[in-house]
Ligand binder design. Structure first.
Ligand SMILES: NC(=O)c1ccc[n+]([C@@H]2O[C@H](COP(=O)([O-])OP(=O)(O)OC[C@H]3O[C@@H](n4cnc5c(N)ncnc54)[C@H](OP(=O)(O)O)[C@@H]3O)[C@@H](O)[C@H]2O)c1
Length: 255
């Protein structure tokens, strides 16, 4: 029998991770590297990617703008040329038109949200599919949000919610179509935590007490709260799990 810790090891694996310059993605890069993976880290801010790679020598920078889904083929090609075959894709990058009411979202904001949060993850996964089908293995972790399943008017974010719901739906469909090829797809579903995305709203006293008042575990989420869920979904511990969502929200959606 293997040691339980081995189930969470990513020794020798290659990971392609988007949205690694900040927030959860930066933490994910450090966690994946600490678990033994080599990680191709994607984001627009090249300086932050390089700083991250100095901190975590297992990481290599792949700067790119995912608002343009046509860039995904190049992103995957650069990651493969740096790391060889990719074992795990983590679609984490996201854009939100923060604080804009549904009726006021502009066509540009709608397009940007869908491109970064839904179309690029679809294209990235499609780019990796042929190699994964040929070798009979591949893992996708899609980072979605509790807003895929609950309307939250206090943070107006209609198209963002649609993008995350879309990513959850396509994850189930991919799982159904591709399980026969040894490809697993699951979603990691965060609740609220502080990051660039939420920095403008999360410090307001009313918002703080509203989040805490609705969270069963009486504290705010922090990026390190997602380490275990990420390693579980990315590695062998979840070998018989596909098409599922793993919610990490302190119990926010449990009542
Ligand atoms: N914070 C929350 O409370 C919360 C709640 C539920 C779900 N989530 C989800 O958790 C994930 C991480 O969120 P976060 O709060 O950590 O976000 P964040 O701090 O705002 O970071 C977003 C990341 O996405 C990248 N990104 C944004 N637009 C991009 C583009 N056009 N091209 C390439 N990369 C782009 C950013 O890099 P560059 O700016 O360098 O490009 C950055 O690395 C997201 O999927 C988010 O939807 C967050």
């Amino acid at each position: 029998m293997s040691r339980p810790a081995d189930l969470f090891s990513l020794e020798g694996r290659s990971v392609l991770l988007t949205g690694a310059t900040a927030g959860l993605g930066r933490r994910f890069a450090l966690t994946l590297a600490a678990a033994g993976a080599r990680v191709a880290v994607v984001g627009r801010r090249k300086d932050l990617l390089e700083e991250l790679c100095r901190e975590a020598p297992g990481c290599v920078p792949v700067p790119a703008d995912l608002a343009e889904p046509g860039n995904t083929a190049d992103v995957v090609a650069r990651a493969v040329s740096e790391l060889g075959e990719i074992d795990v894709l983590v679609n984490n990058a996201a854009y939100i038109a923060g604080g804009v009411r549904a009726e006021d979202e502009t066509p540009e904001q709608i397009t940007m949200t869908l491109n970064v949060n839904l179309v690029s993850p679809i294209r990235m996964t499609q780019e990796l599919f042929p190699a994964w089908k040929a070798r009979g293995a591949g893992v996708v972790v899609n980072v979605t949000s509790i807003v895929a399943r609950a309307g939250i008017a206090r943070f107006p974010q209609a198209t963002y919610a649609a993008s995350k719901g879309g990513l959850e739906s396509i994850s189930r469909e991919w799982a159904a179509q591709w399980a026969r090829h040894g490809i697993r797809i699951n979603c990691l579903v965060p609740g609220f935590f502080e990051s660039e995305m939420t920095s403008e709203v999360i410090h307001h006293e009313k918002v703080q007490s509203w989040i805490l008042g609705n969270t069963l575990i009486p504290r705010h989420g922090q990026v390190q709260d997602f380490d275990g869920a990420l390693l579980y979904l990315a590695g062998d511990a979840s070998a018989y799990v596909t098409g599922q969502t793993l919610v990490v929200d302190g119990g926010w959606t449990a009542h």
